[in-house]
Ligand binder design. Structure first.
Ligand code: NAD
Length: 372
């Protein structure tokens, strides 16, 4: 197949959908790879290395005009204008954004949104949410260290002893668990909260303490199980009890890393402005949920702000700050996805009855196939 890799144009998007490593594999499999000149530069991959791996360097229009296009983000109108009806698109396409999917359908694309893959064992190697959230969780802790005027580990020095930082992680999914592991490696004392009961064991296995909000009714217990591994909105009574406990833990904390999300909904509000006002001066909140409204209403998208001496870091797209590794993992995810839709002769072929394909195929033949 003729496979195109354009440069990403969304401001701040430094990742690229293929690396010299994955281009080499595609070329070895007999595909012709057209990479836009400079597509990998912001992720520190050189044109020459792609060429050596077998890519041909082209302009944006040519890369976008390929039979199969590998992208990080959903193409915008200008990019769509270069794409051919009937071509195949793989990327993180925002499957909950109905209008966005509509533009892809109108362009006549067969489009796969990889974020929609089920969280199953078979889908693990192509799970873009996991590969990217894992890096975001790591980077969130490093950002916290940057804005925190103290250190993370306990340190005994001739000039006196410095106490270990207390870190609270809200939401112990992929990003939250990596944040716990990273903060622990730096010597912090870590506590974490999640709605899903399965999270307790995972938090504890990383050396964190689980902030327990007991379920009081069968309804709470049932909803907390979530669906497909994801959380569902909890009943108001549970949220109120959780808020009280989280407020108490945040007041004792030096760092709060919040990652709580519910698919297709605004992020749950877990840190109220009163809680921020009661936190210690110098403490830092890194709100990874900021793109979906934030776990704290005081977080500002793509800004670092201060309230009552507390720094709120609202930077989005943290994987783009680790563009080399984030691209390497993302490109491998795409390669694994391609194995499902390219047949033994190297042609695009939709397998029948495949749960990953059914979940990810968002548009075909001019129609949106997913109710966002
Ligand atoms: P996510 O990004 O959708 O949400 C982050 C976390 O926020 C989740 O753990 C969620 O339970 C939590 N959350 C939601 N509301 C909350 C609230 N009010 N208070 C506290 N926490 C709240 O989740 P994710 O990181 O994408 O992970 C989703 C699930 O998928 C997890 O169970 C994870 O273990 C699982 N998973 C499975 C696989 C696999 O088996 N292949 C791969 C990756 C992830």
């Amino acid at each position: 197949m003729l496979i195109g890799i354009p440069r990403e144009t969304l401001p701040g998007e430094t990742r690229v959908a293929a690396t010299p490593e994955t281009v080499k594999k595609l070329a070895q499999a007999g595909h012709q790879v057209q990479l836009e000149r400079g597509a990998g530069l912001s992720a520190r991959y050189r044109d020459g290395d792609y060429e050596q791996a077998g890519a041909v360097l082209v302009d944006a229009a040519q890369a976008l005009g390929s039979e199969l296009v590998l992208k990080v983000r959903r193409p915008n109108t200008a990019e769509l204008a270069h794409m051919k009806t009937g071509s195949v698109l793989l990327g993180m396409l925002d499957p909950f954004d109905a209008d966005g999917l509509h533009t892809l359908a109108q362009a006549g694309l067969t489009a796969f949104a990889l974020e929609a893959a089920p969280r199953t064992t078979r889908a693990q190697s192509l799970d873009v949410l996991s590969s990217q959230a894992n890096l975001a969780g790591y980077k969130a802790v490093l950002l916290a260290t940057q804005y925190y005027g103290r250190i993370f580990p306990m340190m005994m020095t001739a000039a006196g002893t410095l106490k270990a930082a207390r870190v609270v992680v809200l939401g112990a999914g992929v990003a939250g668990l990596q944040a716990i592991a990273t903060a622990r490696r730096l010597g912090a004392v870590v506590e974490a909260s999640d709605v899903r009961p399965a999270a307790r064991e995972q938090v504890e296995s990383l050396g964190g303490k689980f902030i327990d909000v007991p379920y009081e009714t069968d309804e709470e217990r049932e909803i907390a199980q979530g669906v497909g591994g994801y959380a569902r909105p909890m009943p108001a009574a549970w949220m109120t009890r959780q808020a009280a406990l989280v407020a108490e833990r945040c007041k004792q904390a030096d760092i709060v890393i919040s990652t709580a999300l519910i698919p297709g909904r605004p992020a749950p509000v877990l840190i109220q402005p009163e809680t921020v006002a009661a936190m210690k001066p110098g403490s830092v909140i890194v709100d990874l949920a900021v793109e979906r409204g934030g776990n704290c209403p005081l977080s500002v998208l793509d800004q670092v702000v201060e309230h009552d001496g507390v720094t709120l870091v609202g930077l989005s797209n943290l994987p783009a700050l680790l563009a080399t590794d984030a691209s390497a993992l993302y490109a491998r995810n795409l390669l694994d996805f391609l194995k499902l839709v390219i047949d033994a002769e190297g042609r695009f072929a939709l397998p029948a009855d495949d749960d990953i394909i059914t979940a990810c195929l968002v548009c075909q033949d001019g129609k949106v196939l997913r109710s966002a």
